[in-house]
Design a protein around this ligand. Structure first.
Ligand code: GLN
Length: 488
């Protein structure tokens, strides 16, 4: 196996034992990126020199006798909405073309402190609005399993980079499913932590009551390592919890005796493609064989999650994006007066989907409509949260498909944005409820496209869902299959 195909944990072990150096790991990933990125469009920019210099610094620190961190020497990719001082941050938008971050996000700092090496910036739907990574001003990302298909989104670049083994570990963000959905469609693992577990300081906000930063990797244990490096209370993000810190277990679990697994009927009905349902049924059997008990249940308000999510998310986005006006931030356009400056900068800087979201959000929040839309959505949100609270009084985790359908062909959903919004049917409820969720591979459909199994847990149940996922991963070998075309 080539170096860049190793997991983060394996890379770290080799770097710590001295079998390979961080520089060799960086070179191997850069070689893979150089060979594949033009085809896939997974990374918007690559900082080869910076990564090489950091590898050398880590080697020098080790030579001085410093203890290597849990991600020592591991090359990582960052979604292009996370600040790393001095590096570009475009959010996939024209409005931030040329912008460089003036400070480092707390989550990114966590990875740096653990010894990781940032190599590049991952492509994304503009401002994380989307499920396909087609809405990036820097071109679409393609799915490594089928280059004519979308990788999912909005963290599609983060998912494709890992799936094609350019990098073992990347960060994404998940507001309505943007880590779990691309992870599922690209055949890798991705974790949305409990709301409040990872600081968003230094993340360009989309929906502040929903956003979480999380890792994507080809092995579940790498998700735990990354979460450990990032989690914790941060006074710079008042949304973080006092007990946010997380410690990754180092014992790979093999049995799940005593575990109760909820099967919500709303996640398993005819809105989900039969090819996906078949893989989920097989996954249920695997969990049962590991000793878990399956418990059918209902999450009755699931059908209202999409409308509630799109009202809350667009409302918050319209307010968060007000700062991109060409004065404080943004690629300023020439104008004759102040109003013209705003119009020109925002008119030329934002893409179609960003404009659609801002218009929807401003409409929802405007006087006379607030009660009918925004307030009502908040009430639905409470009902969804209560659905989960009731369910988690009975079961330890809930499982289902991550996505209702396999990846579209590029361009296929352009005619009807609603189709794309429906991708979030099974992921957005966790964001509205603030609970953790992860997706990991559970097989392939008849076209050879990956299918994702979603595991949801109660608030702060991140450790439980990681444990269940790792047991499932140990019992199956879907994670070891490589997308052929792009990874030769
Ligand atoms: N697909 C959802 C949206 O477009 C979720 C995006 C996200 O999680 N960032 O809003």
């Amino acid at each position: 196996m080539k170096l860049h195909q190793l997991s983060a944990k394996e890379m770290r072990a080799k770097a710590v034992s001295g079998e390979v150096s961080p520089s060799e790991l960086v070179d191997s990933c850069l070689e893979a990126i150089g060979r594949q990125n033009d085809l896939l469009g997974a990374l918007i920019s690559v900082d080869a020199e910076g990564a090489k210099a950091r590898a050398k610094d880590l080697e020098a620190a080790r030579a001085r006798g410093e203890t290597p961190g849990p991600l020592f020497g591991v090359p990582v990719g960052l979604k292009d909405n996370l600040c790393l001082e001095g590096q570009p941050m475009t959010c996939g938008s024209n409005i931030l073309k040329g912008y460089r971050a003036s400070y480092t996000a707390t989550a990114v700092k966590g990875l740096l402190d653990a010894g990781a090496i940032p190599i590049g910036r991952c492509n994304m739907d503009e401002f994380a609005f989307g499920s396909s990574t087609e809405h990036s001003a820097y071109g679409p990302t393609k799915n490594p399993w089928d280059l004519e298909r979308i990788p999912g989104g909005s963290s599609g670049g983060s998912a494709a980079a890992v799936a094609a083994r350019m990098l073992p570990l990347t960060l994404g963000t998940d507001t309505g499913g943007s880590i779990r959905q691309p992870a599922a469609l690209c055949g890798i693992a991705g974790l949305k932590p409990t709301y409040g577990r990872v600081s968003r300081f230094g993340l360009t906000a989309f929906g502040s009551s929903l956003d979480q930063i999380g890792p994507l990797a080809h092995r579940v244990s790498d998700l735990g390592l990354a979460l450990q490096a990032m989690a914790g209370r941060d006074p710079k993000d008042p949304g973080t919890l006092d007990n946010a810190a997380f410690e990754a277990g180092d014992q790979a679990p093999s049995r799940l005796e005593g575990l109760k697994v909820g099967l919500p009927k709303e996640y398993l009905d005819d809105r989900v493609a039969p090819s996906i349902l078949a893989r989920i049924e097989a996954a249920q059997k695997t969990l049962e064989a590991l000793g878990a008990t399956l418990v059918p249940l209902s999450l009755p308000h699931t059908q209202y999650a999409i409308p509630a999510y799109y009202l809350v998310a667009t409302s918050e986005a319209s307010s968060n994006l007000a700062r991109f006006d060409g004065v404080r931030y943004g690629n300023r356009q020439k104008a004759k007066d102040l109003e013209d400056l705003y119009l020109e900068t925002r008119g030329k800087g934002f893409g179609e989907e960003a404009k659609r979201r801002i218009l929807l959000g401003v409409f929802c929040l405007s006087a006379g409509y607030y009660d009918a839309y925004y307030l009502k959505a908040l009430k639905v949100r409470t009902l969804l949260r209560q659905d989960f609270e009731k369910a988690f009084a009975e079961v330890d985790v809930i499982i289902g498909p991550t996505t209702p359908f396999p990846p579209f062909r590029l361009g296929e959903s352009e005619a009807d944005p609603m189709q794309l919004y429906l991708c979030d049917l099974l992921t957005a409820p966790a964001n509205l409820a603030g609970i953790p969720g992860l997706s990991l591979p559970c097989g392939f459909d008849e076209d050879g496209l990956p299918v994702g199994l979603q595991i949801l847990g109660p608030a702060l149940g991140d450790e439980t869902i990681l444990r269940v996922a790792e047991a499932f991963e140990n019992a199956t070998d879907f994670h070891s299959k490589l997308p052929t075309e792009a990874v030769q």
